[in-house]
Design a binder for this molecule. Structure first.
Ligand code: NAD
Length: 500
């Protein structure tokens, strides 16, 4: 069994006798490795390394910092297959899906390389006689990121390329369930010329997170994960004086209007609900067909497609869906299906019946695709985030009923409407209270040069992630008003200065 250690000050850190946790291969159920679990000592060491690296890194011209990220980008493109393999081995997602994750992550690096332009300040000449004013954005210092299991490379890549290119130094606390991808990123950053201490990785669970939240030298925390933890991180981090952005869970609906192309809608639902076994914060977990007629037609199209899903390990390049991440998570998702059935949902396709028979994979954490019809807002399968391959159908009689249903949910991450009516689509975009909206696009994840973030219980804090919002989060504004001798007045001035 191999041991995955921390990465502090440009080196692997931690000894194999320290507390650790098994890391699974979800496709087989085996535990090929263990990960060290850090706490306040490891966070303290990472902060010391990040603080030591800070003055030189922050003072380096931004173009030179961007060049490091540019070299890193080339390494990532050339090793995307290798990184996808590392992700799939611990997460379970298919190879092509992992490649998609890698691409979306690299796009943020591509965006971060444009930092010289993005960090340009504003300048106003002659705000008064001989007086100029300008704004500059400066780094915060040592910042930290805490990330979830479902995108072990992409979500860290939403954070540290922008944080570091802006002049901060960074400590990543990745998910302890799939810790190898962040270690590859750390090694490749070093290879790209990132000075030691600028990027550090400390593994662990709550003790490591609490050490981050308590450390006075960590100025900002970015978090992506479930809503209860996001709330905790935001409340504790801000109480400790930190800047915090904390993205939480989701329940994403897709409204299917009577005029929609139903074949297109059904295909979109298949990918959006069952891709990555539903373990995506932007997965569509509730289809909302408007009228029973549309619902019947949609269910008729979905049923055979779900029954035919190819479920297998990432080594099977034909597989469309892999296993769930852990046995514990599998049990939770199965339990929610049981609960939904008990509460009156109609189980049209039952993923609990699926067994993996491929030799060597019988003990993997597999679940078949599941379709639940006639789901209503009082059921736990509607209220809770399932985070598995389960699609609910919540039938509605009208467009307004569909909008009301969505507005009744506490989560508001993503949403989609499928229609051919531009007027309906435009109205939906305008009135829906959700952070990311798709029109005939089921998973509207913003590109790297826009920003990612939901509303309501899907986010805590004022900044979305990456894009221009990312630069705003990882910098603070300083505004300078400067006058040189030619414009200076010789007498003391006791009134409020007006400059003009
Ligand atoms: P999680 O909340 O269990 O874990 C996220 C991080 O928090 C991990 O690093 C974990 O070690 C840490 N953590 C876990 N329990 C903790 C505790 N009690 N105290 C302090 N830290 C703790 O989430 P997960 O299961 O890894 O990921 C799935 C969740 O993430 C889903 O809810 C999904 O919707 C959400 N997610 C949201 C987005 C988004 O952008 N909104 C993106 C991806 C995932």
């Amino acid at each position: 069994m191999t041991t995955i250690s921390h990465f502090i000050g440009g080196q692997q850190a931690g000894d194999s006798g320290a507390p650790s946790q098994a890391v699974f291969n979800p496709a087989t159920g085996e535990t090929p490795s263990q990960v060290l679990l850090g706490g306040s000592d490891e966070i303290g060491a990472a902060v010391a390394a990040a603080k030591a690296a800070l003055p030189e890194w922050a003072a380096m011209p931004v173009l030179r910092r961007a060049r490091v990220l540019d070299r890193f980008k080339h390494i990532l493109w050339s090793r995307q297959d290798e990184l996808a393999e590392i992700i799939s081995r611990e997460h379970g997602k298919t190879h092509d899906d992992a490649l998609g994750e890698v691409t979306r992550g690299i796009e943020v690096v591509e965006f971060a390389v444009g930092a010289p332009h993005l960090l340009k300040g504003e300048f106003s000449e002659s705000v008064g006689a001989g007086v100029d004013s300008y704004g500059i954005r400066q780094p915060l210092g040592v910042v930290a990121g805490i990330t979830p299991f479902n995108f072990p490379a992409m979500v860290p890549l939403w954070m540290f390329p922008i944080a570091t290119v802006a002049g901060n130094t960074f400590i990543l606390k990745p998910s302890e369930r799939d810790p190898s991808a962040p270690m590859a990123l750390a090694a490749w950053l070093k290879e790209a010329g990132m000075p030691d201490g600028v990027f550090n990785v400390v593994h662990g669970g709550k003790p490591a997170v609490d050490a981050i939240l308590a450390h006075p030298d960590i100025k900002a925390v970015s978090f992506v994960g479930s809503t209860p933890i996001a709330n905790y991180i935001y409340t504790t981090g801000t109480a400790n004086g930190k800047r915090v952005q904390a993205l939480g869970g989701a329940k994403n609906h897709m409204v299917v209007m009577p005029d929609a192309d139903l074949d297109m809608a059904a295909n979109a639902l298949m990918g959006a609900a069952f891709g990555s076994a539903g373990e995506r914060c932007m997965a569509i977990s509730v289809a909302v067909p408007v009228t029973d007629k549309v619902a019947d037609a949609l269910v008729a199209r979905l049923k055979p497609k779900i029954e035919a899903l190819k479920i297998g390990p990432h080594t099977d390049r034909e597989a469309e869906m892999g296993p769930l991440v852990t046995e514990q998570h599998l049990a939770k998702v199965r339990g929610l299906i049981d609960q939904g059935e008990k509460e009156g949902a109609e189980v049209v396709v039952d993923g609990r019946a699926f067994t993996q028979t491929a030799q060597g994979y019988e003990n993997g954490f597999y679940l078949g695709g599941t379709l639940l019809d006639r789901v209503t807002p009082d059921m736990s399968v509607w209220k809770e985030e399932i985070f598995g391959p389960v699609l609910s159908i919540a039938r509605r009689d009208s467009y307004q009923d569909a909008v009301d249903l969505i507005h009744n949910h506490s989560y508001a991450n993503g949403v989609a409407v499928f229609t051919r009516d531009g007027d309906v689509a435009r109205g939906f975009v305008n009135e829906i209270e959700v952070g990311m909206v798709g029109v005939n696009v089921p998973i509207p994840v913003p590109m790297a040069y826009h920003s990612f973030g939901g509303w309501k219980a899907s986010i805590f804090g004022d900044h979305a992630m990456y894009g221009a919002e990312g630069f705003r989060f990882y910098t603070r504004l300083k505004t300078v008003t400067a006058r040189w001798p030619r414009g200076m007045r010789s007498d003391p001035e006791f009134t409020m200065p007006t400059l003009g």
